[in-house]
Design a protein around this ligand. Structure first.
Ligand code: AHM
Ligand code: MG
Length: 331
């Protein structure tokens, strides 16, 4: 049996970028390392009875940190040391983090992370994820980075991906030349290529939306939700509803099996709930790279110009035919 580890794959793929000096490869490798650490912590999370509840003091008298804090600190630690990154933004931090170390100031890249997405699922042992995106800085290397480096539209992305901590841990990423998935083999501690060149089905039968908010949805979305439930042999309706409440896990299932993920505008939150920089842009990049579509309902998500780090946008993404059907109802 031959296996390809994430590290081997990254090095092989570096040849796709003739001018690359290896910084992006090192950055991707560092993300792999951070996610292995978080995967270990996520797997231990069920032991809180022994370790002490998160946020409390354990039997040794030490503070037990919340898993999302551990995730954030792990990523900041892993990515700020290598000198490839000059600035970071995290869903856990109000403002961007400027790295002013001698090496970091020369870093060519900017990274945005949602270290643990779907955190309401942590306490109940349900899948959660990490989401990341990488941009090339726009200011001069050697100087302190600025907001301009971070606030870039998704069409400027260099790479993006996610890690899903599910029944196994999987890392899925793209550098703009297709999407590849790696499964963590705990026996050797390596991510191994398990899903090469992922293509999402053009059609699917799964719709993922928090229908509990239906009273607040736009009419078009509710009309679509009525339509998916109608019986029609030709289109195999009714469809199946699947909603974990962990975007990474919901997205991952739909990516592999076909489906549409929707977080629409609501009357209370006209821009929806999900964050452009941390959640919508990276997942939209993966969706498109796998042959799917992602839109806010009016614009391609990757073309939205961000104006603030924690900006929110509505999102409809997944299998092309399903997204287009939702858009028909929204007209
Ligand atoms: P979080 O960043 O606070 O974890 O919230 C993001 C999560 C997504 O993973 C998920 O799709 C969504 O929130 C679920 O929200 P809701 O409970 O409103 O359906
Ligand atoms: Mg999140």
């Amino acid at each position: 049996m031959t296996i390809t580890t994430l590290g081997q794959f990254i090095i092989e793929k570096q040849q796709d970028f003739p001018f690359a000096k290896g910084e992006l490869s090192r950055l991707l490798r560092d993300i792999g390392i951070a996610s292995k650490i978080i995967s270990r912590e996520v797997n231990k999370a069920g032991l809180t009875q022994i370790l002490g509840e998160y946020g409390s003091v354990n039997v040794q008298g030490e503070d037990v940190k919340k898993l999302d804090i551990i995730g954030n600190e792990t990523f900041i630690w892993a990515l700020s040391k290598g000198g490839e990154v000059c600035a970071m933004a995290s869903e856990e931090n109000d403002d961007i983090i400027l790295l002013d170390g001698e090496y970091s100031k020369h870093g060519k890249y900017v990274i945005c992370i949602d270290p643990l997405d779907g955190s309401s699922n942590i306490d109940v042992n349900v899948s959660i994820g990490t989401i990341f995106s990488i941009y090339r800085r726009v200011t001069e290397p050697g100087t302190l980075a600025t907001h301009e480096d971070v606030l870039q539209a998704g069409n400027k992305l260099v790479a993006a991906g996610y890690i899903v901590y599910g029944t196994s841990t999987m890392l899925v990423y793209s550098t703009g030349k297709g999407v590849n998935g790696f499964t963590l083999d705990p026996s050797i501690g390596e991510f191994c290529l398990s899903h090469p060149d992922i293509q999402t089905p053009k059609d699917g039968k799964v719709y993922s939306i928090n229908e509990g908010n239906a009273a607040e949805f736009p009419t078009g979305i509710n009309n679509y939700l009525n339509w998916v439930k109608e019986t029609d042999k030709a289109t195999s309706r009714p469809y199946s509803a699947r909603y974990i409440g962990s975007m990474v896990a919901d997205f991952h299932r739909n990516l592999l099996k076909g489906g549409v993920f929707i977080y629409p505008p609501t009357t209370k939150s006209p821009n929806g709930k999900l964050r452009l920089m941390f959640e919508c842009i990276p997942m939209s990049f993966i969706a498109e790279q796998a042959g799917g579509i992602s839109t806010t309902g009016t614009h391609r998500v990757l073309d939205v110009e961000p104006t603030e780090v924690h900006q929110r946008v509505p999102v409809i993404m997944g299998s092309a035919n399903m997204v287009n059907k939702v858009l028909e109802f929204m007209k």
